[in-house]
Design a protein around this ligand. Sequence first.
Ligand code: ZN
Length: 113
Amino acid sequence: MSSNTYTGSCHCHLVSFTVVLPRPLSQTEVCNCNCIICTKNGYLTVYPKKDDVVVKGEQELKRYEWEGSSCTHLFCGGCGSSLFVELKQAQEGRDGGRAREKGERGVNDAGWC
Ligand SMILES: [Zn+2]
């Protein structure tokens, strides 16, 4: 297991994940999303490559989005923990960060162990 491998789960452990980042978390670009949910909860999100995120309990995830939202929020159907966001449209890189593709999944800091 790489030293850049991180694990996390929701509160009730129905959903857990392993993510491999290209570099340590302390050196990884973190997104401070300005959507209303991320702002109210203070979520910070990283965007690893899709293939570098393995989710157990994917079938337990519920989806939430609203008209005009730029992403879909994914949360545990058992305990309600918000774990991921999926982009509904491509996003340009900001502040030197990389661009992100439609469907790319971000991992919320709320689930990190
Ligand atoms: Zn849960």
